[in-house]
Design a binder for this molecule. Structure first.
Ligand SMILES: *[C@@H]1O[C@H](CO)[C@@H](O)[C@H](O)[C@H]1NC(C)=O
Ligand SMILES: *[C@@H]1O[C@H](CO)[C@@H](O)[C@H](O)[C@H]1NC(C)=O
Ligand SMILES: *[C@@H]1O[C@H](CO)[C@@H](O)[C@H](O)[C@H]1NC(C)=O
Ligand SMILES: *[C@@H]1O[C@H](CO)[C@@H](O)[C@H](O)[C@H]1NC(C)=O
Ligand SMILES: *[C@@H]1O[C@H](CO)[C@@H](O)[C@H](O)[C@H]1NC(C)=O
Ligand SMILES: *[C@@H]1O[C@H](CO)[C@@H](O)[C@H](O)[C@H]1NC(C)=O
Length: 467
């Protein structure tokens, strides 16, 4: 009897384990392969008027930097009230300047022809900002993060154009300058500023044709988190700056030797990750070193390359796109040579015109039951959902090299909310045939994106709505 009961119990236990295993396996499968349109309530596209980041525990950011949307309600810089049209214009300018920089690598003549000359154009350095500590005693500054440039710089005193909090090296006991003849100075390469009476190493960096920073290249104690301090970080102390926003500078995460990622290689192994939240009313994170730990089994990797020929960006290989599980008839060669840029600072993913047209046609077919709306800036495929309570958002999956399929978040990566009634496909076409494909940050949202530079791979881990 006892034996019978025990085995019965064991049977019940094991069958419920199997049931649980079955449920978890298949739930995962549904998640992973559910490339079907997703019905959502139109009003569940979040209102972006109040900051909800305080819902995360205080421990959440112990080893991470909190990432804040510069234009959103959580931004500490929120004086400037940019409309969505203005944000899309900034994005367009960034994409154009990336394309003109890449064009420069191919042909100097192209570069001159393509550089925007209209006064007021500037390279907007990304949508996401972090708070870093600098100096002893440390002061905190909000800076943009950028995987598309490598030099970190901060507005410094004495400055001729201080329009944001500025760092004062003379008030810090840990600042030191770098001499002109030091090898650390020569690694600046084309960013070296050759002043005639060269005593201290100077840098210069120009974004598109008006934003720039020029100043001293020095070393300082950089505090990323309470446990991660970089003692002798090389950075630009900007004396002459023109930056069209009220951030204090830029954190360079690009592939070059001068970047934070390279300078901290011994500590973090050239591994970093970020998560952009679905909505600007939440905050994400930027993390250095391998912090995936036990959760690393959920990471899907694709090949990532840093090209010496195009040293400012990280590249992946986009191979194709599916809409509602149907692979579009786009040749993978449309995206290749030399690859697709994965960018933290661009918003909208930009595709070659031919690929974009095929995606748009499939998307329009899937959305044919919704009335259209006028285009907005770079987004030309828009819908008026004022009379619809729900919307079936088509599933869009990006296929990367190595069989890495990333299904985009319906609320940010597929449909972009312009207003309470107007929603647009969150992709745009390139202007010129030679322009690179750029994966913007809308399409990376709700994933932790892991840059593993030494092993040449980029990982995606689904983390959910608010990172
Ligand atoms: C910002 O813009 C929104 C929408 O245009 C408006 O309702 C709000 O009052 C503006 N806020 C400020 C501080 O100007
Ligand atoms: C100061 O910065 C603003 C933008 O932030 C720019 O328009 C202006 O030209 C700059 N002035 C000087 C003297 O660099
Ligand atoms: C992080 O560590 C885990 C566990 O040791 C490992 O499986 C994973 O490959 C590592 N990831 C990176 C990006 O180094
Ligand atoms: C795919 O596109 C190519 C080139 O445009 C065309 O020749 C081919 O017929 C298309 N295939 C299908 C199945 O539509
Ligand atoms: C959306 O549709 C409504 C009702 O048909 C109309 O009143 C409104 O002007 C439209 N708005 C846009 C932006 O298309
Ligand atoms: C969305 O609303 C429009 C306008 O009322 C209507 O014509 C259309 O059928 C609706 N679409 C769906 C899928 O319900």
């Amino acid at each position: 009897m006892d034996i019978h009961l025990t085995s019965l119990l064991r049977f019940i236990l094991s069958s419920s384990t199997i049931l649980l295993l079955f449920l978890s396996c298949c739930w995962y499968k549904i998640e992973a392969h559910g490339e079907e349109m997703i019905e959502v309530e139109v009003n569940s596209f979040l209102p972006e008027t109040t900051c909800m980041s305080s819902q995360k525990g205080s421990d959440y950011y112990r080893n991470k930097l909190q990432l804040v949307d510069k234009h959103g309600p959580c931004s500490p810089l929120g004086k400037k009230n940019l409309s969505i049209e203005e944000i899309l214009l900034e994005d367009q300018l960034r994409v154009r300047s990336i394309h003109s920089m890449i064009g420069k690598q191919f042909s100097p003549r192209d570069y001159k022809a393509k550089i925007p000359t209209k006064a007021g154009y500037s390279l907007k350095t990304g949508n996401f900002i972090v708070n870093i500590g600098l100096g002893t005693p440390k002061k905190y500054f909000w800076v943009s993060i950028d995987t598309g440039s490598s030099l970190t710089w901060i507005r410094c005193q004495p400055c001729s154009n201080c329009s944001a909090p500025t760092f004062n090296p003379s008030k810090s006991s840990s600042y030191s300058s770098i001499s002109c003849t030091s090898p650390d100075c020569s690694q600046l390469g084309s960013n070296k500023y050759n002043s005639p009476q060269c005593t201290n190493c100077m840098y210069q960096i120009h974004y598109a044709d008006t934003d720039f920073s020029i100043g001293n290249f020095g070393r300082e104690k950089l505090t990323l988190t309470s446990s991660d301090v970089v003692p002798s970080f090389q950075f630009g102390c900007g004396l002459r700056n023109s930056l069209g926003d009220s951030t204090s500078g830029l954190l360079g995460l690009g592939p070059k030797q001068v970047s934070l990622v390279s300078q901290t290689a011994a500590k973090f192994g050239k591994v970093f990750s970020y998560c952009f939240p679905r909505s600007a009313s939440s905050t994400g994170y930027l993390a250095f070193g391998n912090q995936t730990g036990a959760t690393s089994s959920g990471v899907k990797y694709t090949q990532m390359r840093a090209l010496s020929r195009l040293p400012d960006n990280y590249f992946v290989l986009l191979m194709g796109i599916s809409v509602n599980g149907q692979r579009l008839n786009i040749s993978s060669s449309a995206f290749t040579d030399p690859g697709t840029i994965i960018d933290s600072g661009s918003l909208v993913t930009h595709l070659p015109r031919s690929a974009y047209n095929i995606l748009r046609a499939a998307f329009q077919r899937a959305m044919s039951n919704y009335p259209s709306a006028p285009p907005t800036r770079t987004l030309d495929t828009c819908y008026n959902l004022s009379r619809n309570r729900t919307v079936n958002v088509p599933a869009i999956t990006l296929h990367f090299e190595g069989g890495t399929d990333i299904q985009l978040d319906p609320f940010s990566g597929v449909l972009f909310k312009i207003s309470a009634v107007q929603y647009c496909l969150a992709f745009a076409p390139n202007r010129d045939l030679v322009d690179q494909t750029i994966i913007g940050n809308l399409q990376q949202r709700t994933y932790e994106v892991i840059y593993d530079v030494p092993r040449g791979r980029l990982g995606f881990r689904a983390v959910g709505v608010n990172c």
